[in-house]
Ligand binder design. Structure first.
Ligand SMILES: Nc1ncnc2c1ncn2[C@@H]1O[C@H](COP(=O)(O)OP(=O)(O)OP(=O)(O)O)[C@@H](O)[C@H]1O
Length: 341
């Protein structure tokens, strides 16, 4: 578990102090993956550097499993650093060392004996799917493979928190997927708490349980992704299909004359059961015709999620919407004027 409390960090500049972090608080439960997102300059890297203990905040606390790391010095600080595995931004491997040599580095620093080191390195390379590359040099690997070695190295000293700063920037979509799979495995198999700093909402879509949105050094939104998408949030706006477009829908009523519907609503459905069955069930139970006017399906991690704009025809249109809402769908009724705007 990692808790950031009221973190403030300013940098002096010629035109006055730049406030990079302006009271950031954040809680990441043990064994979850949290994405820290925000535009360029929002403070993401500064937050990552403070948590990695590479930058000292002006004030605030960073607690890992209860201990405030900001207050530590000397040997205690060095020991605390080992609790946080860092995957730095960009290419960070030593070129003159083999893959195994790179992963072994933190173990050498910690004085782990040769045989144990060997076993641990092989275990980690297996975790990141590169057991066959132990003897290769970084230059012989692809960008994604190098990144996976950096993750293995960051996990070497069995940290409880893994911090990755833009782990997928400059990678193609396929390679991005392999890197994200490895981060997800680290959480699932080692129980590590993972914090990913990224500007890419697709990273949040694929692996994050939680998200924190930074804006000008402040957290403007923070919570579970699956909860935020049900509300009127930035996360919902970024991750759900747009309802004035159609994505992945084969049978859309494209003849959008809103006047002919007895009710119009936007509906968010989360999970296999809701996405698969709720709308047809509401339609048949209340004898309403339910036309899909926009929106579509997507996936958040393994969970199917849909947002549709629906047009209902029939006397019991309202009751059908109530039924959807009572069975876990998030329903927002819309007026014709709103949707036509
Ligand atoms: N060492 C530094 N000296 C002075 N100002 C800095 C320093 N590091 C960051 N800043 C400033 O702090 C603010 C936050 O920067 P930061 O790099 O944390 O943002 P970011 O969200 O990571 O951006 P990006 O996505 O572009 O990396 C910016 O205004 C930046 O110019």
């Amino acid at each position: 578990m990692i808790t950031v409390e009221n973190l403030v960090k300013t940098f002096p500049s010629r035109s006055g102090n730049v406030v990079a972090l302006d009271g950031v608080s954040l809680e990441v439960p043990q064994g979850t993956v949290c994405g820290v997102v925000g535009q360029s300059g929002a403070g993401k890297s500064t937050l990552a550097r403070c948590i990695a203990l590479l930058e000292k905040p002006d004030s605030g606390a960073i607690r890992v499993d209860g201990t405030d790391l900001v207050r530590l010095n000397g040997a205690a600080l060095r020991a605390a650093r080992r609790q946080i595995g860092v995957v730095p931004q960009g290419d960070s491997l030593l070129r003159q060392r083999t893959v195994a040599g790179n992963v072994a580095l933190p173990l050498e620093s910690a004085g782990v004996a040769r045989l144990q080191r060997r076993a641990r390195v092989l275990e980690l390379l297996d975790l990141v799917g590169l057991a066959d590359k132990a003897g290769a040099y970084p230059d012989q690997l692809s960008g994604g493979q190098r990144q996976r070695v950096a993750i293995a190295r960051a996990l070497a000293a069995t940290p409880s928190v893994l911090l990755a700063d833009e782990p997928t920037s400059a990678l193609d979509p396929e390679t991005t997927a392999s890197v994200l799979t490895v981060l997800d495995r680290a959480r699932a198999e080692l129980g590590v708490t993972v914090l990913i700093v990224t500007h890419d909402m697709d990273v949040v879509r694929r692996v994050c349980d939680d998200v924190a949105v930074l804006e000008r050094g402040r957290v403007v939104e923070h919570g579970k992704v699956l909860e935020l998408i049900s509300g009127d949030s930035r996360t919902a706006a970024a991750l759900l299909p747009q309802t004035d477009q159609t994505t992945g829908l084969s049978s859309v009523d494209s003849n959008v004359g809103y006047g002919r519907y007895d009710g119009i609503a936007e509906v968010v459905l989360v999970g296999f059961a809701a996405v698969g069955a709720l709308l047809p069930e509401a339609s048949s139970r209340f004898g309403v015709n339910l036309a899909l006017l926009g929106g579509g399906l997507t996936r958040l991690g393994d969970t199917p999620v849909a947002r549709f704009r629906v047009g209902l025809t029939g006397d019991r249109a309202d009751a059908a919407l109530d039924f959807i809402s009572e069975h876990g769908g998030v329903v927002r009724r819309r007026t014709r004027e709103e949707v036509a705007a």
